[in-house]
Every structure is written in C-alpha cells, then in structure tokens.
Design a protein around this ligand. Structure first.
Ligand code: NDP
Length: 315
C-alpha cells in the first residue's frame, strides 16, 4: 500500500485506443494517481495496481510490488488464478454501464423468443405470412441462471415487463417478484416450467457443460434458450440435438465454445439460432476507469475492496 507520500501507480495493459480514454480520465479526475502503460520491453514496474484483460505471464518479475489486479471483464474464467501471487487481490469489473448493456441484450433476446421472431425470420426466408398466437408476458415463465450483478438486474427488468420470472443461484436469494431456487437440489424445480432459459452464470468447474441434454430435457418442450454467460456452459452437440428434436425451439447465443467459431459451425448457421459475436455487454472505458479510481482510493484509505474474486469459488 502507498505510504501516503509516494504517488500510487496503476499499470495499464490493454488496447491503446481505450488506453487514451483511461489516460484522459486519470489526468482529469485522478492526477494524484500515475497511469503507466505496459510494454513487453519495459523494465519491471513498481506499480501496486495493474488493470488488464490478460496480465503479463511473469507477474512476479514484471510487476513485483503488485497488490491489486483489476480484471477488465465481469468474468474471470480466462485468468489462471493459480498463477496469481497469493498476496494479490483480484477485482473483477462491476460497472453500471456494463450491467445496463447486458440488461438490454437479455430483454432483446427474451422478447425475440417470446414473440417468435426466429420462426418469423424462417417464414420470411420461405416467403410465408403466418401469424402465431400472441402470448401474454405474465403467462410466460422465464428462468435466469445466475443471480449475481448481471442476472439479478436482468431478472428484475424481465419482471418489470410482466414476465413470470424465476431465478437460480448457488446460495439462497430473495428478490421481490422473482421465485428463487438455489443449488443443485433446487435445479430440477427451477427448470420445470422455464419456457425461456437465460444463462448468466460465471464459467467455473461447477458450471462448465451445465446446459446439457439433461437440462434441456427438463425444460418444457419447445423452450427457448438465451446464452449470454460463456460458450463453455453449453454442450453444443446436445443443444444441436435438442434443436433438431424441437425440445429447444430456438436459441439466442452471444457466446460459443470457440470464438471466433469456424464459418461452418452448425450453431452459427442453424436457422433457429440467432447468434451475436460476444457483444451482449462490454466494459466501457470511461466508467471502468472511474471504478478503478474509486477502488484505488479505497485501497489507499485501507478500506476493503469491493468485487474481489473469491479464489476458492473462482468467481
Ligand atoms: P456474479 O459473480 O455477480 O454472479 C454470478 C451468479 O452465478 C451468482 O448469483 C452465483 O450464485 C451464481 N452461481 C455461480 N456458480 C453457481 C453454481 N455452481 N450454481 C448455481 N449458481 C451459481 O457475476 P456477474 O453477474 O457479474 O456475471 C456473470 C457472468 O456473465 C460472467 O461471469 C460472465 O461469464 C458473463 N458475462 C458475459 C458477457 C457477454 O458479453 N456475453 C459480459 C459480461 C459478463 P451466488 O450469488 O449464490 O454466489
């Protein structure tokens, strides 16, 4: 921690265009914090803070005094947590703009499924004009897997549109207007009746491959899927089979197991899949820089940091 006299330093390792925004925000709003830009050829940095999507491989050598690593994303599944020195706290990105973008995307995807848009797009390709019955939102049950920062905000927004919303998380939750289930024992009851399933889980050993044939078959026939978590949550062969059988009627996929996927990836080209290239939400450089400034100030004031990743749970 800074001794009150030295200027705290944040080392920035990410793309230079966003870096220019970070530089401006730090100069305008935190001239007391030095912003250093990482370069592979630079000598070791004496920064106590590092912000990066992927930190340098040899952290102990290149940033030997590191105390806090700020991840640039909400998820940390791409990081090798066992390579982080134990003294280093890992803080993930929690940013109102990131949450707002995710809520927008989930609403778009759920509404598309609720209003049969994938089927109407197929009709359009065939030159068909075929109205389907319009269902009331309160008669449609939407289930949100993961009730953290993003899942909870999405569940509340869906509730605001009048859907019957249920949610599932690791620990028990109580969210007004949302029926909550928890843990593996709560999963079957949660899935039963979910006509639209939204995945907003972190990718961990416990959640990898969770969206598989067993889960799809526990949903009502013809259910819709929205995956905005990670591609690794879905067993893609099982999803393809469920789409073929009609057990899953359509899927809105923002993430795939391999990104970018091969141009002939069957889910990318499936007529009842509406894919997007991992754009549901992104960290906005201005608000992210402000989050980090706030956190550095807290750390300098010896206050506990928020949004610290639990190394045992890995999220
Ligand atoms: P949080 O850590 O705030 O929330 C995670 C939620 O998942 C918590 O409710 C947690 O339960 C629950 N959970 C974790 N493990 C399990 C499990 N084994 N069983 C049941 N529930 C579990 O994360 P965020 O909401 O901020 O982000 C969620 C994910 O969204 C990120 O990890 C990332 O993968 C994805 N994401 C995708 C983006 C995109 O553009 N597609 C952009 C940003 C994020 P509990 O509350 O009990 O701990």
């Amino acid at each position: 921690m800074g001794d009150g006299t030295a200027r705290p330093t944040l080392l920035y390792k990410s793309d230079p265009i966003r870096g220019a925004v970070w530089d401006r925000v730090f100069r305008e709003e935190a001239p007391d914090i030095a912003l250093q830009v990482w370069s592979p050829d630079a000598p070791p940095s004496d920064a106590a803070y590092l912000v990066a999507w992927i930190p340098p491989e040899d952290l102990e050598r290149s940033v030997p005094k590191l105390e806090v690593l700020f991840g640039l994303g909400a998820g940390v599944d791409h990081l090798k947590l066992d390579r982080l020195p134990p003294r280093v706290q890992l803080v993930r990105m929690v940013d109102p703009d990131l949450t707002r973008s995710m809520v927008e995307y989930v609403l778009y995807a759920v509404l598309a499924l609720h209003r049969d848009i994938p089927a109407y797009l197929a009709d359009q390709r065939e030159g068909r004009w075929a109205p389907r019955p319009v269902r009331r939102a309160p008669d449609r049950t939407v289930g949100v897997m993961g009730l953290g920062v993003l899942g909870r905000a999405a569940a509340e927004a869906l509730r605001g549109l009048g859907f019957a919303v249920r949610g599932w998380s690791a620990s028990e939750k109580s969210i007004p207007g949302v029926t909550c289930f928890a843990g593996t024992t709560g999963l079957p009851d949660f899935l039963q009746g979910c006509e639209i399933l939204v995945c907003l889980l972190p990718l961990t050993d416990a959640t990898r491959g969770l969206l598989n044939a067993a889960v799809f078959s526990a949903l009502p026939a013809g259910a819709g899927l929205v995956n905005v978590g990670r591609g690794g949550h879905v067993v893609e062969a099982d999803l393809l089979a469920a789409l073929e059988s009609g057990q899953v009627s359509a899927a809105m996929l923002d993430v795939l197991a391999t990104e970018p996927p091969a141009p002939d990836h069957p889910l990318l080209r499936h007529p009842r899949v509406m894919p997007t290239p991992h754009v549901a939400s992104a960290t906005h450089p201005e608000s992210a820089a402000r989050q980090v400034i706030r956190a550095i100030r807290r750390h300098q004031d010896r206050l506990p940091l928020e949004n610290v990743v639990d190394r045992r749970q890995t999220y």
